[in-house]
Design a protein around this ligand. Structure first.
Ligand code: ADP
Ligand code: MG
Ligand code: MG
Length: 876
């Protein structure tokens, strides 16, 4: 089996085999760019490694050796040979780019002998020993598992000893001493010596890179970005080029367009006399790329040319790593650049205009789940702000929170319900869980192309980098800006679009939607088949939904109207009524209130359908908590001057609440079961709906109410409720003289309804699949219990591929949806069908809805743009 591919054998299409980095290195080789030669060990080898108990396939090393022979022939150097040592980098690279999450080792092949050879060959002792110490450091960390921290500490000590500030001030002798200490340190922590044999080095490095596929940060990153765990990484072995050979050398990273805003400009950074790790790991703050134009105009020019060529070649914004060795430019990596939602949209629209891509490509270029970043609140430009520092604007968006200095702490405090800003000297990929938890990230070192910035942009987190005015003291947990000292827990606000750090909490405002955002969604509307509606139960949400492009309301939950503070006593009166008269008296009070609500919603949705679900939850949800009541009663009983009447009232209430309580409320007296036992409650709601509709109509507002009966399992339930709707509707229509174009339908949310959909369709004008409940009832999981207790473990241990409450379970719940549609339409071909569970706002579930031919999805207002784009992508 072929495990090893030379760069000249591959191309960009071979991503799944060679990983993104390998495939693109091959492609760049093919189109003649200056890429140092090398080869890629395939992702299949990684899979084989994991399947074979962490051992590499036998044949692999023979192939690696053969590949090395070719590299040696082209360079005239020999791997492991003293006089002409060949050095390589061993780089991870999976199908999906995971910036900095896996490991890479540079300068491999050095040992006590070859380092001398390198020194002679280059005539530069200091350089050779700098390479050697870097190699030991990376190998010691990645392969042998010694924490970075120990090595950094030893370098700091050496600098202290020599009273210098910068790494570049250390001499050959210094590095020799550091190297000696590094070796001791490795032995101390691992009881193993740093290996001198390059063959052993390469074997161990390959294994370590394969293993880094499963390190913790890579796993977290995959979970966040929904990348499957089984893919594995490839390993790229590549001839080293050196950016650390002096002031005519350097290294950098550049994006062909601004990844924060999308603006068409080269956006990058570089460091003179450094190796690539220094930039991407964020340990030094590099210089903006424009300075390269002054310092090395020729190089700058040819880099711009290559950047343009690559962007045109891939017709997408590229993120490019380069190194300059003694005045010669090399390209070390290119990939589609990670970008914020704003940048993704702007770039897609601009590229259509430039003729690089067409509208359909543009729609596929933006990840729907990113869109909600565009709706995040932002800083009020007119507000007076107390700006205390300015750093590099690395990822836009505004965020306020309490200062924390550790990723673990950020995670912990966020779980406790605090909002935090993670403040670090620099962030490494190991902080990913902290970045995820925090509202935003602020670092005092590192540039905008560091892995931390790239990762933050990918997650849509606000981020400021390289804010060097800030002096952080991790031990004291405080940071200083000039004379101002802030402690852990103090509030700050960061604005990732300007780089401003602001003292205290700042009120945020709703963002205005950009023209490009509207443009892209307009294109989406042209191609999608699915309609998009919103779940909304008040006029404010309804308006918002409409603004964001909703074509109607797919679910208006009437119980939310019952929960409003001022109404609770009346609702309780209704529930606790002992006689029909008593209940009707309470209902009479509720009627005008409900009518008011519906009026507002109809008005907001003028001309669009509004689907209203009659009362669904069990009644005791509107009553006080029994334990609290019991405590109040106990208190009253102890009180000398207690009020007997009051006590009696409370005791009666407690008794009634207890009577209403159920063992299994989820499967209890709710939905249409309430309407069947207390038809007067539903009748009141129906009357309110039709009164509001009639009033709207007289005022020239177009109403299209759809009355939805929840939790139907048997056609007779629906039949009876439909009669009730018709009866009340007729009454109101006669009374008001207005004819309302209404329909009556049901939710399909218990398996029996899906199975008998043919019968149910006889009584329904529409079906709305309530996939939240349908998931509960199909799995027999109660959501409230499952999510807190066992579902997490289920997903972790892969018993279930995904949380079915988030991503629709297509095989199970999806089959019922499919069946329901099929059976329903077999009885009534023009039956309208939709989905109103949380799944209506989730990309993959929307794809499914498209595939099964639903008429619409309905989701929360802020998810409407996501749904519009997802529906378009499903149709492409
Ligand atoms: P990551 O995925 O963390 O970016 P890379 O494999 O891209 O890891 O390598 C990290 C850094 O090392 C990059 O800046 C890259 O440019 C640099 N690098 C990798 N291989 C070489 C090489 N052969 N010569 C010089 N620099 C290299
Ligand atoms: Mg890289
Ligand atoms: Mg339901």
């Amino acid at each position: 089996k072929k495990w090893v591919y030379l760069f000249r054998e591959g191309n960009a299409q071979m991503k799944s085999l060679l990983g993104g980095k390998g495939a693109n290195l091959a492609e760049m080789t093919k189109i003649g760019l200056p890429v140092p030669p090398g080869f890629t060990i395939s992702t299949e080898a990684c899979t084989a490694f994991y399947e074979n108990n962490h051992t590499l396939p036998e044949e692999l090393f023979n192939q690696v050796r053969t590949a090395f022979t070719e590299l040696e022939a082209t360079t005239g150097k020999v791997f492991g040979q003293k006089e002409q040592p060949l050095l390589v980098s061993v780089r991870s690279g999976s199908v999906h780019s995971m910036p900095g999450m896996m490991d890479t080792i540079l300068n491999l092949g050095l040992n006590d002998e070859t380092v001398e050879g390198l020194a002679k060959l280059t005539g530069n002792q200091r350089f050779a020993y700098d390479c050697y110490r870097r190699f030991i450091q990376m190998f010691g960390n990645v392969v042998m598992g010694v924490d970075h921290y120990h090595f950094e500490h030893l370098i700091e000590k050496q600098k202290g000893l020599r009273s210098v500030l910068l790494d570049t001030d250390l001499t050959t002798e210094d590095w020799k001493q550091v190297i000696h200490k590094f070796k001791e340190c490795i032995y101390m922590y691992t009881k193993e010596s740093f290996p001198q044999d390059p063959q052993e080095q390469i074997k161990k490095a390959i294994v370590a890179v394969f293993k880094s596929w499963n390190n913790q940060r890579a796993q977290i990153y995959r979970r966040i970005h929904q990348i499957p765990d089984h893919l594995g990484t490839a390993v790229n072995v590549q001839i080293m080029v050196f950016g650390n050979m002096g002031n005519d050398s350097g290294t950098g990273v550049a994006f062909t367009r601004n990844p924060s805003t999308g603006q068409k400009e080269l956006y990058g950074e570089f460091l003179i006399n450094a190796q690539g790790e220094d930039v991407v790991a964020g340990v030094r703050t590099p210089e903006p790329i424009i300075k390269l134009k002054e310092q090395m105009p020729k190089i700058y020019e040819s880099f711009c040319e290559i950047a343009q060529k690559l962007e045109a070649h891939y017709s997408d914004m590229q993120d490019i790593e380069f190194t300059i060795e003694r005045g010669k430019l090399y390209i070390l990596q290119t990939r589609a650049g990670k970008r914020t939602a704003q940048a993704a949209i702007t770039i897609a629209c601009n590229m259509v205009e430039e003729g690089l891509i067409d509208k359909h490509d543009a729609l596929l270029r933006v990840a729907p789940e990113q869109l909600d970043q565009m709706l995040h609140p932002c800083l009020d430009k007119d507000a007076k702000l107390d700006v205390i520092a300015k750093g590099l604007p690395a990822s836009p968006g505004a965020a306020s929170g309490r200062i924390v200095f550790e990723a673990d702490e950020a995670e912990y405090l966020t779980k406790q319900g605090y909002k935090v800003i993670l403040v670090r000297p620099e962030t490494t990929p190991e902080d990913i869980h902290g970045i995820l938890a925090a509202q935003g990230v602020l670092t005092s070192r590192g540039g905008m192309t560091s892995h931390a910035a790239v990762v933050a942009r990918g997650m849509g987190k606000a981020c400021i980098c390289g804010c060097e005015q800030i002096k952080i003291d991790l031990r004291k947990k405080e940071m200083a800006i000039g004379s101002l000292t802030l402690n852990e827990g103090d509030f700050i606000t960061i604005d990732g679009s300007t780089g401003h750090v602001i003292l205290g909490e700042v009120p945020l405002i709703e963002p205005t939607l950009s023209e490009e955002f509207k443009q892209l969604l307009a294109w989406a509307d042209e191609v999608r088949h699915l309609h998009v509606r919103a779940n909304a139960d008040n006029p404010v949400d309804a308006k918002k939904a409409r603004e964001l492009g909703a074509e109607g309301i797919g679910l208006c939950r009437t119980e939310h109207m019952f929960m409003e503070q001022s109404r609770v006593p009346i609702v309780q009166q209704m529930i606790l009524a002992e006689t029909l008269e008593e209940r009707e008296e309470a209902l009479k009070k509720l009627l005008p209130m409900q009518k008011e609500d519906f009026y507002g919603i109809f008005q907001a949705m003028d001309g669009l359908p509004v689907n209203i679900r009659l009362l669904d939850p069990p009644l005791h949800e509107f009553l006080p908590n029994t334990e609290e009541l019991a405590v109040e009663i106990a208190k009253l009983q102890c009180d000398e001057s207690m009020d007997r009447m009051e006590l009696n009232k409370k005791e009666t209430l407690l008794r009634k609440v207890r009577n209403l309580q159920e063992f299994n409320p989820m499967l209890g007296h709710r939905g249409c079961r309430l309407g069947l036992i207390y038809p007067e409650i539903y009748a009141m709601q129906i009357e309110a709906i039709f009164l509001a509709a009639a009033q709207c109509q007289t005022e020239g507002i177009r109403v299209i109410p759809e009355i939805m009966i929840p939790l139907v399992g048997h056609v007779n339930e629906l039949k009876t409720m439909r009669e009730l709707v018709n009866e009340v509707a007729t009454k109101v229509q006669t009374q008001t003289g207005e004819t309302i174009p209404y329909t009556v339908g049901t939710m399909i949310e218990v398996p029996r309804a899906a199975i008998t959909a043919r019968e149910i369709a006889a009584e329904a004008d529409f079906f709305s699949f309530g996939t939240n409940d349908l998931t509960q009832t199909t799995f027999g999981f109660s959501r409230d219990d499952a999510e807190g207790k066992f579902l997490h473990t289920y997903v972790e241990n892969k018993i279930l591929p995904e949380n079915p409450f988030i991503t629709l379970d297509i095989e199970g719940v999806g089959s019922l949806v499919r069946l329901g549609i099929h059976e329903g339409r077999s009885r009534k071909p023009n039956l309208k069908t939709g989905i109103c569970g949380e799944h209506g706002g989730e990309k993959r579930s929307i794809q499914f809805c498209h595939d099964v031919g639903l008429d619409y999805v309905s989701c929360s207002p802020y998810r409407v743009p996501l749904a519009r784009l997802s529906a378009a992508q499903a149709a492409l």
